[in-house]
Design a protein around this ligand. Structure first.
Ligand code: CA
Length: 235
């Protein structure tokens, strides 16, 4: 398998056997692998380099995987994260996903299953790199530079803010985006409690423009208690 040759993965795992096993396996499948042995090292490496994927153990010395994930997402990091968890508790997994992880796998896991999940996640997130000025968003055609969208044959004008929101969702398909993350990405500042409402109002207005039935949105869906998701059913 050589189709993963350009993909870089950071493996954050303190257990040497698991870490080295992951490294060997992923390198065999064409990934370029960097290792971090504890939370502090992971934090430093991520501040210095970009990766296509992070595999993150939860129980780590110095800084826990949960803390790392939360602080990375708060800082605007969009790299796909798969949590490696020894805890089989449903509650822990949901916490991980709420902290911004994209997927999780419970130890002991099969390497083949992990590879399938990594590839699925890379497929889901790869449109992020190819979102240009003109693209298809759900059932509409968007021209970001011209601030225009074509909705069921009719051309509509979008604001720069709405264009930024569309672009951010288009770059992050099938991933639950918290209001906090969306606010940071679009407004470029940290969110306070008041701004939760701002985000919701912008989404509602945008749905009114681009959804066929804004009461039953097909493009930007609400995920109760978590945020929004752009459901992308492309290749
Ligand atoms: Ca561990």
């Amino acid at each position: 398998m050589s189709n993963n040759e350009n993909n870089t993965v950071l493996v954050v795992e303190d257990e040497p056997k698991i870490r080295m096993g992951l490294r060997d396996f992923l390198e065999f499948h064409g990934f370029s692998v960097t290792e971090a042995v504890d939370g502090l090292e992971a934090e430093r490496i991520v501040s210095e380099s970009k990766f296509d994927m992070i595999l993150l153990d939860l129980m780590l010395p110095k800084i826990s995987g949960e803390q790392l994930c939360a602080s990375w997402r708060k800082g605007g990091l969009t790299t796909p994260i798969i949590m490696l968890t020894a805890k089989g508790l449903e509650r822990e997994k949901i916490t991980g996903l709420n902290l911004g992880a994209d997927d999780y796998i419970t130890k002991p896991f099969s390497l083949e299953e992990l590879l399938a999940r990594i590839n699925a996640l890379l497929r889901r997130t790869s449109p992020a790199r190819s979102v240009g000025s003109k693209f298809t968003f759900g059932q509409i055609e968007v021209d970001i530079a011209a601030l225009k969208a074509v909705v069921s044959g009719k051309e509509v004008q979008v604001s720069t803010r709405q264009a930024d929101i569309i672009q951010f969702f288009a770059a992050n398909p099938n991933r639950v985006i918290s209001r906090d993350e969306l606010y940071q990405a679009v407004w470029k500042e940290s969110m306070t409690d008041i701004e939760t409402r701002t985000v919701d109002m912008h989404i509602a207005k945008l749905r009114g423009l681009i959804e066929n039935d804004p009461a039953h949105p097909q493009m930007i869906k609400t995920v109760r208690g978590a945020g929004y998701v752009y459901q992308f059913q492309g290749c």
